[in-house]
Design a protein around this ligand. Sequence first.
Ligand SMILES: [Zn+2]
Length: 91
Amino acid sequence: MPFDWLKGFHQEMEKAPDYAEKTLAAYRLGMKAKGSIRGVRVEVDPDGCPASRALDPAAEYLPDDAPHLPLPDCPKGGRCRCVYRPVMSYE
Ligand SMILES: [Zn+2]
């Protein structure tokens, strides 16, 4: 089906406008509680917008320093699949 890609696109979850704030706040709490979260990493969109490709996928951030997702200059906005991932202390 030539239009399958279109269907898939619409099925993707759109990020809430406060995705970054909420997710980073949760990580911040997790770190304060001396849990196993050490920091945050950005898992970039496999279809890679140019903005996300400039990010270092191995970089570790503190929640306060992490780049805001979706990236401000990402053309996909809320549909960008760049996500935050916790970095665990036992990694
Ligand atoms: Zn993006």
